[in-house]
Every structure is written in structure tokens, then in C-alpha cells.
Design a protein around this ligand. Structure first.
Ligand code: HEM
Length: 379
């Protein structure tokens, strides 16, 4: 059993533990972590829907102390993911509309091409390279710069982990500065390449004025939101294929691959949890919460709640009405869900072409990265 609900995210099998939490109080106080834990789907929806009283960052620390004053801190401080109120609304609608306007057939074809060009390297690195380079391509970066953009982004996301060393934080800041400069240059270049995600975001933002630092930061944010979560979705989809030989016939078609990825996003999601910070006293699910309290929201547990889907522990690529909370809910719900699933399906296709012996790979095993997201490291 996992030692606590945070450690569960990287445990080999956290799902029986989550089921035991769902049997407990709707909001359970965890004394070790000093936070409230929401594990049932209904309560997860209530917590994520309580905008205003609950925020995405603690009031006293909008930007993690370790990166305040650095370029990484600047990017972090502008992200819609990390803001409520005006700063959230300033860019969320444009990002959402631009992402909703993507032609997913074209995205799939482009992502597959980019994925196939990723050089042979450790499988666990490939999980990151394929989706990250695909999003960098969609944004409009030239082919020869994709590996560098990936490198900067992987350095940048290191600053999001509380476990980062001083050296990693320095690297993250250098990477953030580089990414801001590159996006600025890309946006300023005559006109960003027509049809790119960058052109779409700019059009949706009606940004006639020089590009604001906050919009630039949110363009970087599209890469950072892709990074760990989509690597995890791709890796967990591969794990599902290894575990369930009955899925093999589905690997032959794009629809089949897509259905495996979408069920993986419900059954074994990469974003296992998120947090909310209480700004004003509120009673949720009969539990009074005080300003300053923290709620750990177990998205992965909600996905296995029988109240959300019948037979939730069974991996069913075809489900009549699949419901999931692994992409969040409410005002902050992920606007990149369809893109992420398309990228992972294209990545899975490319991975399977270069990993023909799944049984040998499965026999070597895997463990999970010590990150907030659930991402396998294949041995
Ligand atoms: C499997 C991959 C992904 C997963 C599991 C995922 C999951 C999530 C979740 C759970 C949230 C909400 C967090 C919260 O409310 O606390 C979120 C927000 C967000 N995601 Fe994703 N995401 C993924 C991929 C992507 C991609 C590919 C993009 C865009 C390129 C993206 C863009 C965003 C943005 C901009 C937000 C912030 C939205 C807001 O705060 O209004 N995500 N994501």
C-alpha cells in the first residue's frame, strides 16, 4: 500500500488504496501531510467547482519562493494554470479557442512525422521527446530547433518540483529566459507561419500591440503543460498495452490506438492529483474548511469511482459514455485534452513501430519517476 495519498501517484498500484479512501469521509483530514483529501468523484467535482473560495495557489506564495525573481518565476507567475481571477481570464479564453480550433487529423499526421524523426534513445526519454517536439512543431518552431526546445522545456519543468537542487533551479531559469526570447522572435518574424498554434493564439488574443510578457509566458506554458503529463499518458498507454494482450488487435488502426489512450487517461492517468488552497472559509461536502487549508484532489481516484463509470477497474477501450476527471473540471479544466490524446495516440503508434518486442520490454519492468505526475521509467 502507498504510504500516503501523495506517494500513491508513483506507487506500482495505487488503485486499491484509493478505493479504501473513497470508503472514508468525503473530505478526510490527513495529519501527516496536513491537508484535506478528496477521493470521491462527486467531492472532487465540488472542490474543483468552488471557484472564488478555493484557489490554485496559496495566497501567501503565488510563485514558489525558490524561483521568485528569476525568469522561471516570471513565467510561472503569469501562467493561467497558476492564477485565478483577472490573470486567469486574461489568456485562458484565447488559449482555449486556439486549442479547440486545431484540426486533429492534421495534428495526428504531423505528430506522427515528428515522432518518427526522434532519434533512437532510451525509451523513457522518448516518452517526453515525441509529444514535446510535436507541440513545438505545431507552435511553429523549425524542425532543426525541436530538440533544443525540448531540452529547454525539460530544464524548465525541473523548477516545478519541490525536490529540485539549486543547480536545477538555475538551469530552469536559463531555460525559461531562452524560451521567452525564442517565442518573442518567432512571434515577431514577419508573420508567424500560417496554420500554426502560435498564429492561432495570436489571432484569438487580438494581440495587435507588441506581445505582452504574460502572453509569451503562456505560450511557454503550452509546452510545460504538455511535458510531464503527456509523457505520462504515452508511457501509461504503453504499460496498458503490455499488460493487456487482448488490446493487440486495436494497435493496427488509428481509432484503436486512440481508444487505448483515452481509456488509459481514465484508468491510469498521468495527472493523479492536483491541489486547491482555501482563500475564504467554506463548507464543502459537510466539512468546514478554514482560510489557509489545503485540499489534495485525487483525480485518479475519482476516475475509478463506480459513481462515474460502471466497472471502473476494468480497462475498456470502448465505453458508451466515458467520464473522467483526470483533465480537471470547472474553470481550470484542461483545454489541451483532445490535443494530448491525439499526441499520445501518434506517439504510441511510433513507439510500437520501434519497440517490436513488447514481451521482452515488459519482462525488464519499470518503475515510476519521483515526480508529481505518474510517468513510467522503463528498465
Ligand atoms: C495527458 C496530458 C495532460 C493532462 C493529464 C492534463 C491535465 C490537466 C489538468 C488536470 C489541468 C487542471 C489542473 C487544475 O485544475 O488544478 C490542466 C490544465 C491545463 N492544461 Fe492540461 N493536461 C495535459 C496536456 C495538456 C496539453 C497538451 C496542453 C496544451 C498544449 C495543456 C494545457 C493546459 C492548460 C493551458 C491548463 C491550464 C488551464 C487553466 O488553468 O485554466 N494540457 N491540465
Amino acid at each position: 500500500m502507498p504510504v500516503d495519498p501523495v506517494a500513491a501517484a508513483t506507487h506500482a498500484d495505487p488503485y486499491r488504496y484509493y478505493a479504501s479512501l473513497r470508503e472514508g469521509p468525503p473530505l478526510a483530514w490527513n495529519e501527516k501531510l496536513r491537508l484535506w483529501v478528496a477521493s470521491r468523484a462527486e467531492v472532487v467535482e465540488q472542490v474543483l467547482g468552488a471557484h472564488g473560495a478555493l484557489r490554485v495557489r496559496p495566497a501567501a506564495e503565488p510563485v514558489p519562493r525558490a524561483i521568485v525573481g528569476s525568469a522561471a518565476g516570471e513565467v510561472f507567475g503569469h501562467l493561467v494554470r497558476m492564477n485565478d481571477g483577472a490573470a486567469h481570464q486574461a489568456h485562458r479564453p484565447a488559449l482555449q479557442r486556439a486549442l479547440a480550433g486545431l484540426d486533429l487529423n492534421a495534428v495526428h499526421a504531423a505528430a506522427l512525422q515528428v515522432a518518427q524523426r526522434v532519434p533512437e534513445q532510451a525509451l523513457s526519454d522518448t516518452l517526453f521527446s515525441m509529444p514535446l517536439q510535436a507541440v513545438a512543431h505545431l507552435l511553429g518552431f523549425a524542425d532543426e530547433t525541436l530538440p533544443r526546445v525540448e531540452g529547454w522545456m525539460r530544464d524548465f519543468v525541473a523548477c516545478l518540483s519541490p525536490l529540485s537542487t539549486a543547480e536545477q533551479l538555475q538551469g530552469a531559469s536559463a531555460a525559461a529566459a531562452e524560451l521567452l526570447t525564442r517565442f518573442e522572435a518567432l512571434a515577431a518574424s514577419a508573420a508567424p507561419r500560417h496554420g500554426t498554434l502560435l498564429a492561432a493564439v495570436l489571432a484569438e488574443s487580438a494581440a495587435n500591440a507588441p506581445l505582452s510578457r504574460s502572453l509569451l509566458a503562456n505560450l511557454v506554458g503550452l509546452l510545460s503543460q504538455t511535458c510531464d503529463a503527456t509523457a505520462g499518458l504515452l508511457g501509461n498507454s504503453l504499460v496498458a498495452v503490455m499488460r493487456e494482450p487482448s488490446l493487440r488487435p486495436l494497435l493496427r488502426t488509428r481509432d484503436g490506438l486512440q481508444s487505448i489512450v483515452e481509456e488509459t487517461a481514465r484508468h491510469d492517468p498521468s495527472a493523479q492529483n492536483t491541489r486547491r488552497f482555501v482563500a475564504e472559509p467554506i463548507t464543502l461536502a459537510g466539512t468546514p474548511l478554514a482560510a489557509g487549508d489545503v485540499v489534495l484532489v485525487l483525480l485518479a481516484s475519482a476516475n475509478r469511482d463506480p459513481a462515474l463509470n460502471p466497472d471502473p477497474d476494468v480497462f475498456m477501450p470502448v465505453r458508451a459514455r466515458r467520464r473522467m476527471l483526470g483533465f480537471g473540471h470547472g474553470m481550470h479544466a484542461c483545454p489541451g485534452q483532445a490535443l494530448a490524446c491525439t499526441l499520445a495516440a501518434a506517439g504510441l503508434d511510433a513507439l510500437l513501430r520501434r519497440t517490436p518486442d513488447l514481451r521482452a520490454q515488459q519482462a525488464r519492468g519499470w518503475h515510476y519517476r519521483p515526480t508529481a505526475a505518474r510517468i513510467p521509467v522503463f528498465h
